[in-house]
Design a protein around this ligand. Structure first.
Ligand code: BV8
Length: 229
């Protein structure tokens, strides 16, 4: 069924990954100096890894959370926030940092969770703000289970997928920024872009360019501000 686009105001959907936060000093995953070159995904980003060694996993996210707290939104995040003066802008992000929000974006959908929140280990819907920048072994969620990061691990269900897909079907323009498009089902969202929408892919390097996307190679802080100004 084709979705009727809302004609009230042009909608821009921005699909982001770790590359948009790289110039804020936050490590990506699959670049040469990326997180998955330092840690096995199975050990630190799966429920099985957490069950096997919760202290290791909590420390992995405590370090990343401190990096996020020390980071600042960069020119790409800020340019996207300014875009809201003229368009409805929906940021669909795979990132777990809050740099889009801190830059001023008002509609941000986190498909893979948010590192600055915690959740129950027994109930993924029980999500709580964190009182401190760390989660300690033995720290309990409100239901008494071990508190864990509010992050979607491999093998866990992605959040807000249907809502995100609907936004893509309504887009007049789709900007995909700083993602290798290698994690699913998030990466499949670009397929929901309408035929008639303008589609841009901005990244330092990519393994593939989705059909009908124009690829702009380079750094987000250099390419995004001129495009959205
Ligand atoms: C699930 C949180 C089932 C953790 C992450 C097909 C369909 C469905 C599932 C699968 C499938 N095929 C395989 C799977 C399984 C798996 C998967 O996708 N595996 C991959 C490795 C093949 N998917 C899952 O397990 C998903 N869950 O399917 O569950 C289910 C269903 C119902 C009920 C129960 C269960 C869950 C996936 C989510 C995992 N969690 N993150 C954390 O962050 O610690 S994924 C992780 O990868 C991050 O979220 C990250 O955002 C995401 C994607 O990575 P990118 O953001 O793209 O980063 P990357 O480093 O790869 O690339 C950076 C890009 O930026 C590069 O292109 C680089 O050139 C560019 N760049 C760098 N610097 C700059 C730049 N660009 C511009 N400027 C710069 N300065």
């Amino acid at each position: 069924m084709r979705h009727q686009r809302d004609e009230r105001k042009p909608k821009i959907v921005v699909f982001t990954g770790a590359g948009i936060s790289a110039e804020s000093g936050i490590q990506t995953f699959r670049d040469s100096n990326g997180l998955w070159h330092e840690h096995r995904i199975e050990d630190v980003a799966t429920p099985e890894g957490f069950a096997a060694d919760p202290a290791l996993v909590l420390e992995f996210y405590n370090q990343r959370r401190q990096n996020v707290l020390n980071a600042r939104p960069n020119a790409a995040h800020l340019a996207l926030a300014r875009l809201e003066a003229c368009f409805e802008v929906v940021i669909v992000t795979q990132n777990i940092d809050d740099l889009h929000e801190r830059a001023g974006s008002s509609q941000v959908i986190h498909l893979h969770g948010e590192i600055l929140k915690g959740q129950s280990s027994a109930d993924a819907d029980l999500v709580v703000p964190l009182r401190r920048p760390t989660i300690e072994l033995g720290e309990a969620a409100p239901d008494g289970s071990q508190l864990r990061p509010h992050v979607v691990w491999f093998g866990e269900q992605v959040l807000h997928l249907d809502a995100a897909a609907h936004h893509f079907t309504q887009a007049h323009k789709v900007l995909t920024i700083g993602t290798s498009l290698s994690v699913f089902p998030a990466a499949a969202l670009v397929e929901y872009s309408p035929i008639e929408a303008e589609k841009l892919l901005i990244a330092f390097e990519v393994q593939r360019v989705p059909a009908e996307f124009q690829y702009l190679q380079g750094k987000a802080t250099e390419l995004v501000p001129p495009i959205v100004s």
